[in-house]
Design a protein around this ligand. Structure first.
Ligand code: K1U
Ligand code: ZN
Length: 174
């Protein structure tokens, strides 16, 4: 297991469309282990593989409230098969845009088809934080960020702030 660096905006890799997983092998299992370690360390409740620079359609999630009782979930090649017409609004954060939170409106309920680590197909119905987090992570594997769902004015402002910080960090490195 290894702690991996989480990409931050404006890293262009966050805009890649991730590739479907063709075979669930030792490489995918090692990737999932690294994702859980990185996500729990951050800490976060979800992570998409592209956030650690791997453009594969793999998502990890743990919505458990207590630190001692982890409820790890893995979604491989997740696909939204149904979304409710009713919408709901939740505050979202993103490990690739640290310390920035905004309200986002999304379908209130969704159904998602995915593979588990054994390659078995499942379909799950999600609502509440589970639905919000799944949609946020499926957006990531499609190169979409939660700031794409907010006003252009707010989005431009946050991109500008992180671009400036990335340039300053590069200058210190050089
Ligand atoms: O994908 C990510 O960037 C992870 C993100 C997931 C997410 C959070 C909230 C709404 C939608 C999607 C996070 O985990 S941000 C951190 C966070 O929300 C959190 C961290 C520790 C405890 C509880 C929440
Ligand atoms: Zn995110």
């Amino acid at each position: 297991m290894a702690l991996r660096e989480i990409l931050k905006i404006p890293d262009k890799r966050l805009r890649l469309v991730s590739e479907p997983v063709k075979r669930i092998d030792a490489g995918i299992r090692a990737l999932v282990d690294d994702m859980f370690e990185t996500m729990h360390d951050a800490p976060g409740i979800g992570l998409a593989a592209i956030q650690i620079g791997v453009a594969k359609r793999v998502v990890t999630m743990d919505l458990s409230k207590k630190e001692e009782s982890h409820e790890p979930r893995v979604f491989i090649n997740p696909e939204i098969t149904w979304a409710s017409k009713e919408k709901s609004t939740h505050e979202e954060g993103c490990l690739s845009i640290p310390e920035y939170y905004e309200e986002v409106e999304r379908p209130q309920q969704i159904k998602v088809k995915y593979l588990d680590l054994e390659g078995k197909t499942h379909e799950v119905e999600a609502s509440g934080l589970f639905a919000t987090c799944l949609q946020h992570e499926i957006d990531h594997i499609n190169g979409v960020l939660f700031i794409d769902h907010i006003s252009k004015l707010k989005r431009d402002r946050v991109i500008k702030k992180f671009t400036k910080a990335a340039k300053a960090a590069k200058k210190v490195e050089a």
